[in-house]
Design a protein around this ligand. Sequence first.
Ligand SMILES: Nc1ncnc2c1ncn2[C@@H]1O[C@H](COP(=O)(O)OP(=O)(O)OP(=O)(O)O)[C@@H](O)[C@H]1O
Ligand SMILES: [Mg+2]
Length: 401
Amino acid sequence: MIARKSPMEPSTPTLPHIQLPAEQGRRAGASAAPALPGDDFQDSDQQKPRILHLGLDWGTARTVMIASWAGETTPVHNETLPTLVGYAKDGIVENLLPGNPEVLFAQDAVRHRLHLKMAQPVVNGMMGDAKAARLFAEHLRERLPHGDHVQIRAVVGIPCGCDAQAREDFREALDSLVDGCILIPKPFLAAIGARQNPPPADVNYVDPIRNSLLVDLGAGATDVCVIQGCYPSAVEQIHICGGGDALDEHLQAGLQAAYPDIQISPLKLRELKEQSAWAGTPEARPIAELFVRGRLQRVDMTQIMGDSCHRFLEKIAQAMIQLIGSADVETAPELISNILLTGGGSKIRNICRELERLLHSRGIEQAKVRLLGEAVEGYVAVGALKASQQARENQWQLSLK
Ligand SMILES: Nc1ncnc2c1ncn2[C@@H]1O[C@H](COP(=O)(O)OP(=O)(O)OP(=O)(O)O)[C@@H](O)[C@H]1O
Ligand SMILES: [Mg+2]
């Protein structure tokens, strides 16, 4: 198991660029970093443990892992995979699933979903099905360079506003994957990931860590966070339970209300949303060809898509207004001119302009919203790897296994 913090822990020293709170420190009573398996090897013939740094964004829909060996910057592993576990259904014909496995993961689970009972390790950004999470973590470990002499140190993105129990759930799920971990809210990691160090010559470049309001729009949740140079406090973070999946559910309900006999799978609905989700007034009316009472019919999605996106953005705007309202008056003007979006949901067309419009209409007239950068699905894991490479020995919560 991974060691828990103690209230008696000394405060944590700062990272070169990232300040972590005291709770990320070493385990209780330890006057020096605890020995890791393999630390006692003196014989030069014996293989010394090799530390693999891992940046992990374990999301509701997809997991991103980027890893590099300690002391090296070139990643040895960089992978994005669906966060899914599928158990073989009882009584399926032999060899229907290649090799007759009991459990399949990620793309394999998607490919064979017809013959599997699916389980979601992560739900609404938080740890969901504990057994599926443990199995998925084991699967991730197998995909990384591993072996007796490899120790995996992971910085892991967690949703905003995680309480002690939610953190504990993450640590437990990570136990079979890592030998040491540090948990950090995802928007903070995204800002570290997008940060350019040294800053570029471009006069328009704004350091996202300096003073920004960062929003990570995921599948299961939307995390909104004030970032002002150091690890965000609890009052600077809002977790909205619901992201792209909730938008899909709302679309489904809207379609069902307008066309009670409509037949559409969740997968098709998501595809449709990703092709045509538009915030505000769309440039062209989105028309979908869908089965209604067994017949293909052209369905005008403008109203339904518009209502769903508007509802979604209203919640995000409200969370932004709450955080802006509690920010220091000195720092608020710069904060509102630096609102940054990332995550898959930030691909909704026109989302920046529409959020700006909503904020302006609520009296926040200087609000400026833009994307954190083009690589919307990668910044959390990149930031997590950077943080892992920079963490000090006594900042790791080490596994006691
Ligand atoms: N073009 C698009 N338009 C609208 N939504 C999109 C688009 N592309 C992806 N999405 C949505 O983004 C969501 C996935 O985002 P992301 O990969 O950031 O989630 P996640 O990190 O797995 O989830 P979470 O952070 O909530 O745990 C899905 O709901 C997906 O449908
Ligand atoms: Mg995410």
